[in-house]
Design a protein around this ligand. Structure first.
Ligand SMILES: NC(=O)c1ccc[n+]([C@@H]2O[C@H](COP(=O)([O-])OP(=O)(O)OC[C@H]3O[C@@H](n4cnc5c(N)ncnc54)[C@H](OP(=O)(O)O)[C@@H]3O)[C@@H](O)[C@H]2O)c1
Length: 275
């Protein structure tokens, strides 16, 4: 897909691989909507893109650990833009960010589930009308190879909590949502895919977990850019990629009952109308 003149909204683009992807897209002539919590990091990327001659990047500040802030973010983006060609749901916290102990979001939901999955679920739904109006359009969910099945008796992981389990559950939730949403969007011209960008890129999240980085943001960024603009994935939807290659995710992603349970719960938690 030719990116010149396209509008791409990337959550979590003030740092790490999202920041790299935003700068690359801006370099290809796309208008990038940058998002993060930190205004100074956002401003520095806007300035970096403008210095390089990129066209009108915009920064939106929102903490995705609050569903009210997610709604305000969607309102602000929708008020400013009548066209979004790609939405990249990339913001996330790792297994150890902000401490290894169980934490909850401002709405009282387990924090990794809330930030990594539920916020993107709500944002995607709120942006769907404009994405459909901009079709062909793409949604990319940046997930992971780290995937833990959801225990529907304890989705908020009040028992046997570990940061890595919480992270992996949130990442499988994103993949289940991808499969589910792709079915709903059949025939709309909007496709949705998810991926593991690369293993242990050298980013804040990986450094916070004291793991030795094994790959670069350039490697993971190339895989994300592939799903945003690759011609070979045009029209493909509901798939999971490991880097550049399609692969099967955890079996729960292909369990229609489990996906329905997750969808129903997510609609309820976000206050969206039942399907
Ligand atoms: N790193 C890896 O090896 C790896 C592997 C597989 C998958 N992934 C996935 O790739 C994505 C990007 O990860 P990364 O490694 O680039 O991480 P990172 O460098 O830590 O960047 C995370 C981004 O998410 C934003 N963010 C975090 N919590 C937020 C919140 N509560 N509200 C709003 N924004 C928030 C951060 O914004 P601030 O600037 O405000 O902090 C930042 O822009 C994540 O979804 C991650 O799960 C990464």
């Amino acid at each position: 897909m030719e990116m010149n003149g396209k509008t791409v909204f990337i959550t979590g683009s003030t740092d790490g691989v999202g920041r790299y992807v935003a700068a690359q897209l801006a370099g290809q002539g796309a208008k990038v909507l940058i998002h993060g919590r930190d205004a100074a990091r956002g401003k520095s990327l806007v300035e970096e893109i403008e210095r390089a001659g990129g066209s009108g990047p915009e920064f939106y500040r929102a903490d995705l650990s609050s569903l009210a802030e997610v709604r305000k973010l969607a309102d602000a983006v929708l008020a400013d833009h009548k066209r979004i060609d790609a939405f990249v749901c990339n913001a996330g916290i790792g297994s150890q960010n902000e401490g290894p102990q169980r934490q909850v979001s401002r709405d009282g939901h387990e924090l990794r589930f809330a930030v990594n999955y539920l916020a993107g679920f709500l944002l995607a739904h709120l942006l769907l009308p404009v994405l459909k109006a901009s079709a062909p359009a793409r949604i990319v969910n940046v997930a992971s190879l780290g995937q833990h099945p959801i225990d529907f008796d304890d989705v908020m992981i009040t028992r046997n909590y570990s940061g890595s389990r919480a992270y992996a559950q949130s990442k499988l939730s994103q993949i289940m949502f991808t499969v589910d949403l792709a079915e709903q969007l059949k025939g709309s011209g909007v496709t949705v895919n998810s991926l593991h960008p690369a293993t242990y890129m050298n980013t804040t999240m990986v450094r916070a977990s004291s793991v030795t980085p094994m790959s670069t943001v350039e490697q993971g960024g190339a895989a994300i850019l592939h799903l945003i603009c690759g011609d070979d994935v045009a029209g493909k939807s509901g798939l999971f990629f490991n880097g550049m290659s399609e692969m099967r995710a955890n079996p729960q992603a292909y369990d229609a009952d489990a996906r329905k349970r997750l969808r129903d719960l997510s609609l309820k938690l976000t206050g969206l109308p039942a399907a």
